[in-house]
Ligand binder design. Sequence first.
Ligand SMILES: *[C@@H]1O[C@H](CO)[C@@H](O)[C@H](O)[C@H]1NC(C)=O
Ligand SMILES: *[C@@H]1O[C@H](CO)[C@@H](O)[C@H](O)[C@H]1NC(C)=O
Ligand SMILES: *[C@@H]1O[C@H](CO)[C@@H](O)[C@H](O)[C@H]1NC(C)=O
Ligand SMILES: *[C@@H]1O[C@H](CO)[C@@H](O)[C@H](O)[C@H]1NC(C)=O
Length: 279
Amino acid sequence: MDAFNYLLCFVILSLSVLSSSTNADDVCVQKTACSCEFANGTGIDLKNSAGSSFITTQMYEAEKNGSGMDYKLSTYYFHPCFDVKPVVNGTMPPENKCNNALGIYRTANRMTLVNATTNSYQFIQEPCEWLGDSTQIVFSNDGRAITYRNGPSNTTVLLVCAQSEDKLQVESTAEPNNIILNFYTRNACPLQLESAGRSTGSTLLIVFFSCVIFYLVLGVCTKKFLMGATGVEVVPNLAFWSDLPNLVKDGWAFMVSGFKLPARAGPAASPDPNSYDSI
Ligand SMILES: *[C@@H]1O[C@H](CO)[C@@H](O)[C@H](O)[C@H]1NC(C)=O
Ligand SMILES: *[C@@H]1O[C@H](CO)[C@@H](O)[C@H](O)[C@H]1NC(C)=O
Ligand SMILES: *[C@@H]1O[C@H](CO)[C@@H](O)[C@H](O)[C@H]1NC(C)=O
Ligand SMILES: *[C@@H]1O[C@H](CO)[C@@H](O)[C@H](O)[C@H]1NC(C)=O
């Protein structure tokens, strides 16, 4: 029965260690509107891709219109890190969100079929479409995508580590409310953002506290099930722990007094039961 209990303790212990390590699953935590960092201090930072103008790409599409086709040339504009006010041709209605600074938008020129018999087309400049700004973004856990939330829709920019000039490309418009772009840049390659010093310190702390918990759980299990301790006795090295406050108090007094042993009150004074002499 004791062996069984011991085994049970071990299983619980293993499970807790396991779950704490999976809970600490590495997530690229957003730092700024264009950077995120893993626990080990590496991460990505697009700040060197944020120039004075938008990064653009174009996409040509044919859409069915009645018995014929419409031809549409869309231009996507992306500006990482901070929002910029776009320069858009023509006058825009005041409610159009392209009148404000933004992170992603789209314009389109359409050749629309007006008469299939004569095969005549009309040129239309479609209104500018706001696709997101830097205040409403979500980094993916792996740091390989930024999703701009625009109302019920999302625009996702996949961050592709590439040793080339910054380049934007349309990946998918199959779902109109979930447009996906690729952004090829060397700034999407993970690099050490923060010195490992702080991370090492926190790692050491975590290791230390894990050891303390491991020691306590193992000790309690041992004393309870192997040595049959009950109540407060199950705490391992109980004598040391119960004496700890006194030790700390003495240590503190020793430090405050300038690392001198406390002065004797007089030859007649009985020794303090907590003093070093009594040990
Ligand atoms: C830091 O953590 C990330 C995510 O777990 C990993 O991809 C990367 O290789 C690590 N970097 C270093 C230097 O350990
Ligand atoms: C604005 O319109 C002019 C002429 O119609 C065109 O040449 C130019 O490329 C347009 N600019 C943008 C940003 O669409
Ligand atoms: C298309 O053009 C033909 C020839 O000019 C004309 O007869 C017809 O009415 C036009 N159709 C439309 C829908 O305007
Ligand atoms: C946009 O993303 C959010 C969270 O990532 C999700 O809940 C929502 O369903 C997405 N919207 C669309 C249209 O995919």
